[in-house]
Design a protein around this ligand. Structure first.
Ligand code: FE2
Length: 163
């Protein structure tokens, strides 16, 4: 029997606040994973006259997202919950579909741009939830990731020449 009513995790956020934020961070992690996998796959499979610049741009982006996956998952652990594992678990948590290596370069970039926009929307919800729950560290993490993905979206947009 516990001898104290003091919670095991006593960092100033309630269990409800922590699980609330983790629910949103888990969606961000899953969408980020999906965008990571597609970016890395298109880095391998893109073809055409712009091959080298797109191949390199996508490498820069997948490396950044890969590092962020660790930060997001470790934030979930710091909030006292478990990070999801395995392809099936992630597939169930995201609406972002797998890429198609047969696509042409423009279709790949357009698809990635839309997926970043989906991820950005998920991040904005997570940021708002973290803010409402007083979790400044998750607010900070989501702010940094939002900026990074807005920049990636800009680069995809401008590579496509659409804006
Ligand atoms: Fe590579």
């Amino acid at each position: 029997m516990p001898t104290s009513t003091k919670p095991v995790i006593d960092t100033g956020l309630t269990k409800e606040e922590r699980t609330d934020v983790v629910g949103e961070l888990t969606k961000v992690l899953a969408d980020s994973y999906a965008v990571y996998l597609k970016t890395h796959g298109y880095h391998w499979n893109v073809r055409g006259p712009e091959f080298f610049s797109i191949h390199n741009l996508l490498e820069q982006q997948y490396r950044d997202i890969w590092a962020a996956l660790d930060d997001i998952a470790e934030r979930i652990r710091a909030l006292g919950e478990l990070a999801p594992m395995g392809g099936a678990a992630y597939a169930n948590l995201t609406s972002i579909k797998d890429g198609d290596p047969e696509k042409d370069a423009n279709s790949m970039l357009t698809e990635l741009m839309k997926d970043h926009e989906t991820l950005i929307a998920t991040m904005r919800t997570a940021l708002k939830t973290a803010d409402d729950d007083g979790d400044d560290v998750s607010v900070d993490l989501m702010t940094v990731r939002l900026g990074a993905h807005e920049k990636m979206t800009w680069m995809l947009r401008s590579t496509l020449g659409v804006a």
